[in-house]
Design a protein around this ligand. Structure first.
Ligand SMILES: [Zn+2]
Length: 186
């Protein structure tokens, strides 16, 4: 049997966790939402301890993502890639800022090597990060993969503004809570 389509989903609880009419004008509120999504994903046992939210030019949510690797048997179903794919489907464009409007992704932890690449191609203008990769690798068994050593500069060179260490301790606390559950390492 040859499969010819992929179906990926977020957990049903995201509809209760997200207010799509609210505005998120500042970075703190945006990263707080990404971390809240990561926390709820752990509590609901609906995936790994990672959350992301994508904001459009009107400061409203375009999409959100949480890690869905294990529930969907899909290694690319990370929080960031889920948010990118859902935003691209909603806006019907593979490059979000193709028409010039700015888009921002907030993610609870630093993108892994896959999500770094996805961030380069998705068409975002700003990337907000909570925990660092070293936090992820110190607190959990997740592998962040072979990122370019100069990945922050690489993003800046491609016009993506990087803001790190936003609510870092809060993001770290979710990683610790996940590790305490003995969760799988994917
Ligand atoms: Zn990733």
């Amino acid at each position: 049997m040859l499969y010819a389509q992929v179906h990926l989903t977020l957990p049903a609880w995201v509809h209760d966790a997200v207010d799509t009419s609210a505005t998120y004008p500042d970075d703190d509120a945006r990263i707080a939402l990404a971390i809240e999504l990561s926390r709820r994903n752990v509590e609901a046992a609906s995936g790994g301890p990672f959350g992301a939210a994508l904001f459009g030019p009107d400061d409203r949510i375009v999409s959100v993502g949480v890690n869905r690797v294990m529930p969907t048997s899909c290694s690319v179903a990370h929080a960031e890639t889920m948010a990118f794919m859902l935003a691209q489907q909603r806006l019907q464009t593979p490059r979000l800022n193709a028409l010039g409007a700015p888009y921002t992704l907030a993610t609870s932890s630093q993108p892994c090597c896959q999500c770094f690449g996805a961030s380069v191609w998705a068409g975002i203008d700003r990337l907000l990060i909570g925990a660092r990769a070293e936090d992820v690798e110190a607190l959990t068994e997740f592998d962040e993969g072979p990122l370019p050593a100069d990945w922050p500069q690489e993003l800046e060179r491609r016009g993506i503004e990087l803001v790190r260490d936003l609510r870092r301790d809060e993001a770290r606390a979710v990683l610790q809570a996940y590790a305490a559950t003995g969760g799988a390492r994917y």
